[in-house]
Design a binder for this molecule. Structure first.
Ligand code: HEM
Length: 140
């Protein structure tokens, strides 16, 4: 009987821990953006925040308005995932895509460095691109 009481107390404890963990996961949940969703935040409307995705992670780059706002030098990179352009340091229309196929090792390393040292370091993460849900980004 005493053993039975112990087991049920133990399961109650497990349940409490589980609820706590589920709550933690939910409160951390981030928005999922399709390419159409993120386009809305390309800096053309000064009332809205400016979002940009790198490696499928969406950052709020509003504090970098002087780089990314309407008419600014890097405005072409926002409202989308332009990882290829970031990796190649290119603003050519063909490079404004998340497709990184065919890039050199060095360009991919550069992308990782900028991802970490610029975007993760400077800007809050607000979500993920819809095609990037399997990637848990343990480097964030
Ligand atoms: C003549 C060419 C360029 C010059 C002189 C230049 C200069 C700079 C400087 C000085 C910064 C640092 C600004 C700061 O932290 O205050 C910067 C940041 C940056 N540049 Fe360039 N850049 C050039 C071309 C490009 C191109 C072609 C790209 C294309 C992707 C690019 C992408 C970036 C990005 C993503 C940042 C980080 C902005 C941030 O902190 O959010 N740059 N650039």
């Amino acid at each position: 009987m005493a053993e039975h009481r112990f087991v049920s107390k133990f399961s109650l404890l497990l349940l409490v821990i589980l609820c706590f963990l589920l709550n933690e996961i939910n409160s951390d949940s981030l928005r999922i953006f399709t390419p159409k969703d993120i386009k809305e935040f390309d800096g053309s409307d000064s009332e809205k925040p400016i979002y940009m995705a790198v490696k499928g992670v969406v950052f709020d780059v509003s504090t970098g308005k002087d780089f990314y706002g309407k008419g600014a030098a890097y405005n072409a990179l926002v409202g989308k995932d332009a990882s290829r352009g970031v990796a190649k340091m290119s603003l050519e229309p063909d490079d404004l895509t998340s497709d990184v196929t065919g890039l050199t090792e060095q360009q991919l390393e550069e992308l990782d460095k900028i991802f970490k040292n610029v975007y993760v370091a400077k800007y809050p993460v607000v979500g993920h691109m819809s095609w990037n849900l399997d990637n848990n980004h343990s480097d964030l």
